[in-house]
Design a protein around this ligand. Structure first.
Ligand SMILES: Cc1ncc(COP(=O)(O)O)c(C=O)c1O
Length: 444
């Protein structure tokens, strides 16, 4: 496509289709015609390295024919079905999710987005426990619908407040900037234990569930300390509160395990999943629930449903995607790439004083930029816009010039390429980040 054809395409799109999460005039879209593995191609024919996986979604990379073929087959055979209808891909999807999730998460309620799945987990928790309130974390994201945004702790919630009543806030396992000013393990994992205090002060019999991202995603890529999840599990058990793991971003291999909670040996009562469930090839999400949760609905109505429930094409995409993870050993591969990433991030931190913290689990990582390494003062305030001409603005420009598709929010640069990435390509991207950091730091 010539530059003028590209400009015409952008003009047509801008005329009628809104951009998400941005003032329309400032949105700078990357065009995309297709891709292969960890790279995609724009309309000018430039190849981009996808270090954000199309919003932490394309775990299986671009151009995965085993999924597109399954979608095409399903579309030919059966593309439209009643939400309650029986068909092969739906049964196979339920079996596949039960197989890869831990413990007795044997039952699924299907949705089309992560937000919808959180909404439904919220409703299910209220129906099962008969309780109203929930606990969610301060630096968290659970989706953009009203209920999911009410769970969300980070600033994406602010513009649409007030949200749902009854969401209580817990602090985060953000060890680099501990909200209690403590150090693990001497802290006794206060970020987990203080949840019990919240419960006692609010009335345990009023709290239905605790919603936690398996590993915090776009609110910071925090790796929880090893005893965090088991401590919260034990608190939930003491008070009959349901533990809900939101694995929308951290699930399906992203952290080097099927689900982030698997690193900690914890089985939540419900697990919310989306994104990697099809690798972004079709919209699909699920609330997986344990036997004891599903049993509640044996003779009580499940007051949840949607027209697009278990859409045949989404089900077929999910079945195909899960079989690709399994056939290609992608979970073990991601764990291996994650170890390499950890070493490379440590090197970057040693070289660039502007990096205060470098952290990752599997292929979910972040560089956290500071004004001062000693005080750990963030480079810009939480939720502040990027100052024009600043290091962060220059970094964005340098990364874009190197055709790096990557997510930065405030002081955090996220590293989350497709799990299919090989070590050479991972290094290529990290070399670009290294060069961009040097260029952005060196400029006036
Ligand atoms: C942890 C988490 N939960 C929920 C969501 C919402 O998913 P969706 O955008 O599919 O509604 C996201 C999206 O980024 C997420 O990261």
């Amino acid at each position: 496509m010539t530059p003028s054809e590209q400009a015409a395409l952008e003009k047509r799109q801008r005329a009628h289709v809104m951009f998400t999460w941005s003032a329309q005039q400032s949105a700078r879209p990357v065009s995309i015609v297709g891709g292969q593995g960890a790279r995609f191609t724009d309309h000018a024919g430039d190849d981009w390295l996808d270090f954000e996986s199309q919003v932490f979604n394309a775990n299986l990379g671009h151009g995965e024919n085993r999924i597109t073929e399954a979608i095409a087959r399903q579309a030919r055979e059966l593309a439209c079905a009643h939400p309650a209808a029986m068909f092969e891909a739906k049964a196979a999807l339920g079996e596949a999710i039960a197989r890869v999730t831990p413990g007795d998460l044997n039952h699924v309620f299907l949705c089309l987005s992560g937000a919808e799945a959180n909404e439904n987990a919220y409703k299910i928790a209220r129906q099962v426990t008969g309780r109203q309130k929930v606990i969610a974390r301060r630096r968290s994201y659970h989706g953009a619908t009203m209920g999911a945004l009410s769970l969300t702790g980070d600033n994406r919630r602010w513009a649409t407040e007030p949200g749902l009543w009854g969401v209580l806030r817990a602090e985060d396992p953000y060890c680099y900037r501990c909200p209690f000013g403590l150090e693990h393990p001497a802290c006794g994992t206060r970020c987990a234990t203080h949840i019990e205090h919240i419960i006692q002060m609010e009335g345990p019999e009023s709290i239905a569930a605790i919603f936690l991202e398996g590993m915090t995603g776009t609110a910071g890529a925090f790796v929880p300390p090893p005893d965090y999840w088991p401590t919260v599990r034990a608190i939930c058990d003491r008070y009959g509160i349901l533990l809900v793991a939101d694995e929308v971003l951290s699930g399906f291999g992203r952290t080097g395990a099927w689900f982030a909670v698997d690193h900690f040996g914890v089985v939540p009562d419900m697990m919310v999943m989306a994104k990697g469930i099809t690798g972004g090839y079709a919209p699909l999400a699920a609330v997986a629930m344990r036997d004891h949760v599903a049993e509640h609905f044996a003779d009580s109505t499940l007051w949840c449903g949607l027209t697009g429930y278990a859409h045949p094409i989404s089900c077929a995409a999910g079945v195909a995607a899960i079989s690709v993870y399994e056939a290609d050993g992608l979970i073990a591969h991601t764990a291996k790439m994650g170890r390499h990433l950890a070493a490379r991030l440590a090197d970057l931190k040693a070289k660039h004083p502007i990096i205060g913290d470098a952290r990752n689990l599997g292929l979910l990582g972040a560089l956290d930029f500071v004004a001062d390494r000693e005080t750990r003062a963030p480079l810009i305030a939480y939720a502040a816009p990027t100052p024009p001409g600043s290091f962060l603005a220059r970094l964005d420009t340098e990364l874009r010039a190197r055709r790096m598709h990557i997510c930065r929010k405030w002081t955090q640069l996220f590293i989350a390429p497709p799990l299919v990435i090989d070590q050479a390509t991972l290094d290529e991207g990290l070399d670009h980040i290294d060069a961009a950091l040097t260029a952005a730091s060196g400029a006036a």
